[in-house]
Design a protein around this ligand. Structure first.
Ligand SMILES: Nc1ncnc2c1ncn2[C@@H]1O[C@H](COP(=O)(O)OP(=O)(O)OP(=O)(O)O)[C@@H](O)[C@H]1O
Length: 233
């Protein structure tokens, strides 16, 4: 579904990505791990066309997308929950959810307001409240709900639980587990390896803009010392 090979990207003269490789197959939950500043968000921004890759290939659903404008890439079916949530603060919860809603892939059972409200009942309770007045956790739920309302083939979550209270974190992890069971393909960027080990099918680690390790849960156990060196366990 998503295949990234030899990806390089820079901000001005400063090259941040040197050789990123990753794949997400249909129905998989895949993580992108790495310490602060190693290039995880830049990888996501390059996939989405928000940063122009300097070299390499990004292919999604069989089409090469590097160099295309972000809205065209998103329309192919990638739903992004960006770092820092970025909901529209002056719009209500409901308005945020419907703002970018679509079912371009003609799913027979698409995400609509009611199904998002079932997943996150708090959003239903706060449907008429402006998003800027929500708690951090509620804003995160809204950001996930808004991405789901685009009915994406691939959902990308960039640090979805960063800075949230443990109870809200758990709620978001439950939601992700539920989406996985429903067959949603997901790319997760996070640092919470303990939870991700149980949730994800495969993992990639990037260090200084290069993919330096990939494997499944069993590989993680076997290579624990090396993985610890890269990200801590
Ligand atoms: N807009 C920008 N202009 C210049 N440099 C940037 C910009 N955004 C990020 N960088 C730099 O690129 C490098 C990689 O940043 P990136 O945000 O991709 O890392 P990350 O792995 O997602 O880190 P974190 O976990 O802290 O979010 C860092 O050194 C960062 O300072």
């Amino acid at each position: 579904m998503l295949s990234v090979t030899g990806l390089q990207a820079a901000y001005g003269a400063s090259q941040v990505l040197h050789d990123v490789e990753l794949q997400v197959k249909d129905g998989e939950v895949v993580t992108l791990l790495g310490r602060n500043g190693m290039g995880k968000t830049t990888t996501v921004r390059s996939i989405m066309g928000l940063v122009s890759p300097r070299a390499g290939r990004v292919s999604f659903s069989g089409q090469e997308v590097q160099g295309r404008p972000p809205e065209r890439i998103a329309r192919l079916g990638i739903g992004l929950v960006p770092e820092g949530r970025q909901v529209f603060p002056s719009l209500t919860v409901r308005e945020n959810l419907v703002a970018t809603a679509a079912n371009r892939l003609h799913r027979p059972d698409p995400w609509v307001l009611e199904t998002v409200y079932e997943l996150f009942p708090r959003l239903k309770e706060r449907a008429g409240q402006s998003a800027g007045t929500l708690s951090g956790g509620e804003q995160q739920m809204l950001a996930v709900g808004r991405a789901l309302m685009t009915n994406p083939r691939l959902l990308i979550l960039d640090e979805a639980t960063e800075g949230l209270a443990p109870v809200i974190r758990t709620e978001i992890w439950h939601c992700i587990a539920h989406l996985k069971q429903a067959g949603q393909s997901i790319l997760l960027i996070d640092k919470n390896l303990a939870v991700l080990k149980r949730l994800a099918d495969r993992h990639y680690i990037i260090e200084k803009g290069r993919t330096v390790w990939s494997g499944n849960a069993a590989d993680l156990e076997r290579d624990a010392a090396r993985v610890h060196g890269y990200v801590g366990l």
